[in-house]
Design a protein around this ligand. Structure first.
Ligand code: DCP
Ligand code: MG
Ligand code: MG
Length: 362
């Protein structure tokens, strides 16, 4: 069996980078994105911070009041999190990543695995080229930087991606796996939390290399069978978890309108580019839909949807844009509030069409 070639992509200081993009004047300043709990004006936690803010010590998970203490006199910009906005950007980035992979698995709002074994025929040099291509595409289309790792499995790809941040690219070929992970402290191994770390340290196991040389029975005694086996294999760089495509129930696109509007002519201009993008994804995945919906986020931030189901499956962008336009027209007749954001979605997927040759996606 040829080698698997797996790429892990993680966007850099994601929420804060999204904020820098829409507020260019804050670029270069330390930026902290806050999730307010609402209990008091200042209670809540830092969700993320850009790299200048991290230098001051402001990090994810820290209490806002604590961060404000560190920030005193340093010109730190504190902003409230706008998850809708970051999700919108995330969806577009994930669509780009999906296009570059044979198999795709999103694992969080800013992270995904791409299995490119087929595309590359198992060549890591080619895998590295694809990783560069992906970074360039994300930067050109969304102006975002990310860090990527390429390795023979998910575990190594993820660990490789964290080696150099921000804007990093790290390739660990199968022959370099041991050399790469053995000197790292055990806490760097995915799945080793602070408790396991402490347990391992007290019996003299500090590095991943030492862990890999520890008797399996001893690890099973300490951590139970399942975890024991996992630690033993992972410490040797072994991981057979497949990149698992999540079965999607819907594909959607949403945009923020330049100005809030109730004007059909203005809003419907957004339909064509969105349906083209959705159609491209449908084609790539060999999917056809039966239901089309519109999503309207109004100026009071309430969300309204309207859906129409037809009696056959199709992947036609024309059908998608026509039905979306009809739904929009109908919706606007019954609404007097302005739309702030507008989106379209497809669902009700039928059987997947067989993809004759996966390599045709090169
Ligand atoms: N996040 C959060 N609270 C946390 C950790 C993360 O709200 N405790 C959110 C904000 C992050 C996003 O998830 O921007 C992605 O998390 P990452 O761990 O990938 O962190 P960043 O992308 O912010 O930084 P990095 O450059 O280290 O990836
Ligand atoms: Mg990130
Ligand atoms: Mg992440």
């Amino acid at each position: 069996m040829p080698e698997r070639v797996i790429i892990h992509v993680d966007l850099d200081y994601f929420y804060a980078q999204c904020e820098e993009l829409r507020k260019p004047h804050i670029k270069g300043k330390p930026v902290a994105v806050c999730i307010y709990s609402g209990r008091t004006a200042e209670s809540g936690a830092i969700s993320t911070s850009n790299y200048p803010a991290r230098e001051i010590g402001i990090k994810s998970g820290m209490a806002i009041f604590q961060a404000k203490r560190l920030a005193e006199g340093k010109g730190v910009v504190f902003l409230p999190a706008d998850i809708d906005h970051y999700s919108e950007i995330s969806e577009r980035v994930m669509a780009i990543l999906r296009l570059h992979s044979d198999k795709f698995e999103q694992v969080s709002i800013d992270e995904a695995y791409l299995d490119v074994s087929l595309k590359t025929d198992g060549s890591f040099d080619y895998g590295k080229e694809i990783a560069h291509l992906v970074k360039r595409a994300v930067f050109e289309k969304e102006k975002l930087t990310c860090s990527v790792g390429i390795g023979p499995n998910k575990l190594i790809a993820k660990m490789a991606a964290s080696v150099k941040k921000p804007d990093g690219l790290t390739l660990i070929t199968p022959s370099k796996v041991k050399e790469f992970i053995e000197p790292l402290p055990v806490k760097k191994l995915y799945g080793v939390g602070p408790k396991s770390e402490e347990k391992l340290n007290t019996i003299g196991i500090d590095t991943i290399g030492q862990l890999s040389r520890t008797d399996l029975r001893k690890l099973m005694e300490l951590f139970g069978e399942k975890t024991g086996i996992y630690f033993h294999e992972a410490a040797s760089g072994i991981d057979n978890e497949p990149v698992e495509e999540s079965e999607r129930e819907q594909i959607s696109r949403i945009v923020t309108l330049k100005e809030n509007s109730v004007d059909f002519e203005v809003i419907s201009k957004e339909i064509l580019p969105m349906s083209d993008e959705i159609a491209k994804e449908l084609k790539k995945e060999g999917r056809r839909f039966r239901s089309v919906g519109i999503i309207a986020i109004l100026d009071d931030l309430s969300t309204k949807t309207k859906t129409h189901t037809i009696d056959y499956h199709t992947d036609s962008p024309e059908a998608l844009s026509q039905i979306s336009a009809d739904l929009l027209e109908e919706f606007l007749k019954g609404s007097d509030r302005k739309l702030r954001r507008f989106g379209i979605k497809v669902s009700g997927f039928g059987e997947k069409k067989e993809q004759k040759d996966l390599k045709s996606f090169f």
